[in-house]
Ligand binder design. Structure first.
Ligand code: IPE
Ligand code: IPE
Ligand code: MG
Length: 242
């Protein structure tokens, strides 16, 4: 879905490059993650200002548990801290927050914090923010299929769609990955079927409003064909304009 003026309704971001940002400055990797939080705050503000409907960010993947123990615990602490500090601000800005991912691996305290943040912001409607934490696209497909199977429901495309952890929002229109890598790393495997992909060489802490606007402009210049021909798309948009 594209909003007027070519603005994507739903933007999803793989926030990559925090570690390299820190290493380049001879800082510990965690300093990069802390700076990444600042960048996320700026990005949320920019999306609110531009009227983006949904922002989904990849904060911690199912595979990120494989990192050194001190980096993992540092990231968990950062999440716990962000819950205390950022949620009141997001709530005041009218943001509805969702945490998407497997919760069983998280501590009781963090889990309670996630539930409380979601409950506090549930009635907000300015923008939806999905924070994918302990998330993997394969996890989501598997949990959705398992849920349907346990209910004895047939596993159809429609039913799976409704059982996904991101069923409360439309599929992402634009997926941005920072940090220069051109891969999906287990992000939104199901929902990315017709997303436009934009890759940025900027490391996540350096991702700013100008780079966001560049990605949005690149998106606005794309032709989304959904399997049709270019001529069909042109005819459809001519009909809509008439
Ligand atoms: C992304 O930055 C944040 C997380 C995966 C938690 P990285 O930590 O992957 O940064 P690089 O890719 O090592 O630079
Ligand atoms: C993807 O980045 C996960 C997040 C941004 C949270 P990674 O840094 O984990 O991806 P790979 O390992 O380079 O594929
Ligand atoms: Mg990385």
């Amino acid at each position: 879905m594209t909003s007027p003026g070519g603005l994507p309704h739903h933007i999803a971001i793989v926030m990559d490059g925090n570690g390299r940002w820190a290493t380049k400055r001879f800082l510990p990797r965690l300093a990069g993650h802390r700076q990444g939080m600042e960048s996320l705050r700026r990005c949320i503000r920019a999306c609110l200002d531009r009227g983006v409907g949904v922002l989904t960010v990849f904060a911690f993947s199912s595979e990120n548990w494989n990192r050194p123990a001190d980096e993992v615990s540092g990231l968990m602490e950062l999440l716990a801290m962000a819950l205390g500090k950022e949620i009141p601000r997001l709530h005041a800005d009218g943001v509805q927050v969702h945490f998407v991912g497997e919760r069983s691996g998280l501590s009781d305290k963090v889990r309670a914090g996630l539930d409380a943040a979601e409950a506090t912001t549930a009635g907000n409607s300015k923008m939806v923010l999905n924070v994918c934490f302990n998330y993997g696209g394969r996890w989501d497909i598997a949990q959705a299929a398992a849920r349907l199977a346990s209910q004895g429901q047939p596993i159809t495309e429609l039913a799976l769609n409704g059982a996904m952890a991101l069923a409360h929002v439309a599929d992402p229109d634009l997926i941005i990955r920072t940090g220069g890598e051109m891969r999906v790393s287990n992000f939104l495997l199901w929902q990315a079927a017709y997303s436009e992909l934009v890759f940025s060489d900027k490391l996540w802490p350096d991702f700013d409003e100008a780079e966001l606007d560049r990605a949005i402009a690149e998106f606005a210049g794309r032709e989304r064909r959904y399997g049709q021909t270019s001529a069909q798309v042109a005819a459809d948009s001519g009909q809509k304009a008439a």
